[in-house]
Write a protein that binds this ligand. Structure first.
Ligand SMILES: NC(=O)c1ccc[n+]([C@@H]2O[C@H](COP(=O)([O-])OP(=O)(O)OC[C@H]3O[C@@H](n4cnc5c(N)ncnc54)[C@H](OP(=O)(O)O)[C@@H]3O)[C@@H](O)[C@H]2O)c1
Length: 410
């Protein structure tokens, strides 16, 4: 068989594999996890972090090819550096599948209530130029918030502000440049905001990227990790003093947008911080899940630290739902068309996707109950890794080390 034909066949096989994965994933039974490691067909030697294992690609290749006895394409990994890492994970595969795609159709969507908010409060919204973020900005403007959008693209920032002002004539909305894949840009953003001499009552860390190809940022981190997690962690650190100074009368809030796929993340810091180029088989799915789990774990840790120091800042995180947005633009073309059809019929609109974010940002409950994970405007159990002090502290210290900031900043 000549080379070109073989390549074509391989591409065709991959496409079938991905389409099939999409159907099968929600219905496939989870594998057992015993003694902290995944055991496949009773053989314990195949030690794979759960996030890599559940990756739809590897799962379906096992289904298609009987001979794929090992977790295909991923390969064996070293045992986790922290033995607590894999405990209890499988029971969360159920809730995850339930939240996925068509199951969302059978869950009643809860709309955000019309909460009363003191007017003139100030919010920062990262990723407010499109999708869920754009709708949240509109929701805040309606409540008379002064909103600063962190915009990666200045043209889009300007366009967004223009559009919102067209719809709400008195909207107090502006944008500042923010590229989360650059620590310098994040510092500039914080400095520019500080130079406005404004208070800050609400920081919504919403920007995100999914399934980015294998790439490290100029700061040397896996790009998805920096954009989704580390950049926002750094931003919260840089804006912490302003949040604290603005919390005289009411609690100020940090809202971190995560995802239900955080249940599939691997909480081992060595895996989370693995550089893209050091991974033998890079999985964009696993990398995304890990970054989203890091968000949940660090939210719980930050809130705990704030409570211990009796600060009047509250931190919560959430899953907005499966929403029809640009987030899916990096999905491979071979299934993108198909996903677009599914999305059209089953995904939420961006406006519906903004409901849980607005609930956590405006409702009095998240302040009373503190440090929670929300989904469909309700508090839910997070991945148990977020409740493990050991794992959270590991992540916290490593994040501070990587960013060169003191671990006791709070
Ligand atoms: N949509 C879903 O089904 C879903 C499900 C679970 C969780 N989420 C989470 O919800 C959040 C919002 O996503 P979305 O669905 O609204 O997607 P989206 O429409 O693609 O919005 C993502 C936003 O993040 C910005 N962004 C991306 N990379 C950035 C970078 N390097 N620096 C600064 N900003 C950057 C984007 O700016 P540009 O427009 O310039 O790219 C955009 O404004 C994300 O954290 C996502 O992970 C979404």
């Amino acid at each position: 068989m000549n080379m070109m034909r073989r390549n074509r066949l391989r591409a065709c096989g991959k496409a079938i594999h991905r389409v099939a994965a999409l159907f099968i994933t929600p219905f496939t039974k989870a594998h057992k996890v015993e003694n902290k490691y995944i055991v496949i067909d009773g053989k314990e030697e195949e030690v794979v972090p759960i996030s890599e294992f559940i990756n739809t690609d590897s799962k379906i290749s096992r289904w298609i090819s009987e001979s794929a006895r090992r977790v295909a394409e991923v390969g064996p990994m070293n045992p986790p550096s922290n033995p607590a890492v894999f405990q209890k994970t499988p029971k969360h595969i159920g809730p995850l599948c339930k939240d996925y795609t068509i199951f969302q159709l059978f869950t009643k969507h809860r709309k955000v209530k019309d909460f009363r908010v003191t007017s003139g409060k100030v919010a920062i919204m990262t990723g407010g130029t499109s999708g869920i973020g754009y709708e949240v900005v509109k929701g805040l403007v309606k409540k008379d918030f002064v909103v600063f959008i962190g915009a990666r693209n200045l043209v889009e920032g300007e366009e967004t502000v223009k559009n919102i002002k067209k719809e709400y004539r008195d909207a107090k909305v502006s944008y500042l440049e923010l590229q989360l894949d650059s620590l310098v840009s994040i510092r500039h953003f914080a400095e520019k905001f500080q130079s406005e001499n404004s208070s800050l009552h609400l920081l919504i860390n919403n920007a995100g990227a999914m399934f980015l190809p294998q790439n490290n940022t100029r700061d040397g981190f896996n790009e998805q990790l920096q954009v989704n997690y580390l950049g926002h962690f750094y931003l919260s650190y840089l804006l912490f003093d302003i949040l604290q100074e603005s919390s005289d009368e009411e609690y100020t809030r940090i809202v971190n947008v995560s995802s239900a796929v955080h249940y599939l993340g691997c909480p081992d810091v060595e895996v989370i911080f693995k550089k893209s180029d050091r991974v033998t088989r890079y999985s964009p799915h696993a990398s995304y899940s890990n970054s989203k789990l890091a968000i949940v774990m660090s939210s719980f840790e930050l809130d705990e630290r704030l409570q211990r120091k009796e600060k009047r800042i509250v931190v919560n995180c959430l899953h907005p739902g499966i929403v029809r947005t640009q987030l899916y633009k990096h999905v491979h073309w071979s299934i993108k068309w198909f996903l677009d059809i599914i999305a059209y019929y089953t995904y939420m609109s961006p406006e519906e996707g903004s409901d849980t974010v607005l609930h956590v940002a405006l409702s009095p409950d998240p302040c009373r109950e503190r440090g929670g994970y929300y989904d469909n405007c309700q508090k839910k159990d997070p991945n148990p890794a977020a409740l493990s002090e050991t794992l959270r502290t590991d992540l916290w210290i490593r994040s501070c080390e990587e960013l060169n900031i003191p671990p006791d900043w709070i």
